[in-house]
Design a protein around this ligand. Structure first.
Ligand code: AMP
Ligand code: MN
Ligand code: MN
Length: 326
């Protein structure tokens, strides 16, 4: 993994117009790193566009600058494109595709170990708990003081990717960066409440429908979400409302997986695991990506076909983990 801090910073210095994109189905870190960087670069006098297919999810609409994010890119030409929190080009969707062909150079800023090293300059830091933390380091490297608007965005990314500082990749430095962002005016209590605690009743109604599908077998727990489940409770996207993260907390469970059946004969997989069990390698083998404890992929086929393909792969991860832990 490489980090071309000086080359990437020089590219920013020379650029007048900059486009920032992130991964599709954006999470808190995708939007946090996108807006943390967009706000910072605008303060530096750059002309900045930020885009992600479909725009900013509702639960993140408190982040300063969110109203500037384009849900669709139709026109434009930029000196530089920066991709944040996306492990490969495909993950940046239509906005990324348009941006690539209309930008002179590309900076790839990320923290996924599975990053494919696309782009001209890389700021890929797998030790970072979030892409937002890498953006923080970059703004500091460029000598730009982090404003309250940037800090609020970046602390959002840190909080969501660490489940409010509860994951194993949180180290003393993570808290040091969080400290600096809080000192710059980011409201930690509100951010945790808005992103982790408060949830619409439709989340529970979705769980109510989905719980009968929960199956547990020797360390692996699974659940199935059908398109009708999502529609019935009025959720617009095919989200799991945090179910997979909850299932993995069961004492006996090493891996939790949700099969989200979609209408185009594909199944979206959402996986979580305990420390020592790597689901990123399974996601990667299926054409997806993510991190050891949280990964996903979209696989073509019916539920039965995808199930038959994926469950043996997870079984192998559990067995290997058992061997390693003696
Ligand atoms: P999710 O279960 O959707 O919350 O995703 C968990 C993690 O896996 C996140 O880090 C995502 O960025 C990553 N991920 C999910 N789906 C994909 C995919 N199709 N390709 C690459 N990474 C993915
Ligand atoms: Mn993300
Ligand atoms: Mn991230």
């Amino acid at each position: 993994m490489t980090a071309n801090w000086s080359e990437a910073s020089e590219a920013v210095r020379q650029a007048k117009s900059i486009l920032i994109v992130t991964h599709i189905s954006p999470d808190g870190d995708a939007i946090g790193s996108l807006l943390g960087l967009a706000n910072g670069l605008r303060e530096m006098g750059k002309q900045v566009d930020a885009a992600v297919d479909g725009g900013v999810p509702l639960f993140l609409n408190y982040i300063p600058g969110q109203e500037t994010v384009l849900g669709e890119l139709k026109a434009g030409q930029w000196d530089l494109m920066v991709s944040v929190d996306a492990s490969d080009e495909e993950r940046t969707g239509e906005a990324g595709k348009f941006g690539r062909t209309h930008s002179t150079q590309v900076v790839n800023l990320d923290h996924h170990a599975t990053n494919t090293q696309f782009g001209n300059f890389h700021l890929v830091v797998p030790e970072a708990a979030s892409a937002s933390e890498v953006v923080y380091d970059w703004l500091v490297y460029m000598g730009h003081p982090v404003s309250q608007a940037s800090a609020t965005a970046l602390l959002t990314g840190m909080v969501t990717d660490t489940l409010a500082f509860r994951t194993s990749h949180v180290i003393p430095r993570t808290l040091m960066v969080a400290h600096d962002l809080m000192a710059a005016g980011a409201p930690l209590f509100d951010i945790i409440n808005w992103t982790m605690v408060s949830r619409p009743i439709s989340d529970f109604l979705l769980w109510q429908r989905v719980f009968p599908s929960v199956k547990y077998d020797d360390g692996i727990v699974s659940a199935v979400i059908l398109p009708d489940d999502v529609k019935a409770v009025g959720l617009s996207d095919i989200s799991d409302a945090g179910l997979v993260s909850t299932l993995v907390t069961a004492d006996e469970v090493m891996i939790a997986i949700i099969f989200k059946v979609q209408e185009d004969n594909t199944v979206k997989l959402s996986m979580r695991s305990k420390v020592g069990y790597d689901v990123a390698q399974v996601a990667f083998a299926l054409g997806g990506g993510g991190h050891k404890p949280a990964a996903g992929a979209t696989v073509a086929g019916t539920l039965d076909e995808v199930w038959a393909k994926v469950m043996p792969m997870l079984r192998e991860v559990v067995n290997r983990g058992k061997l390693m832990s003696g």
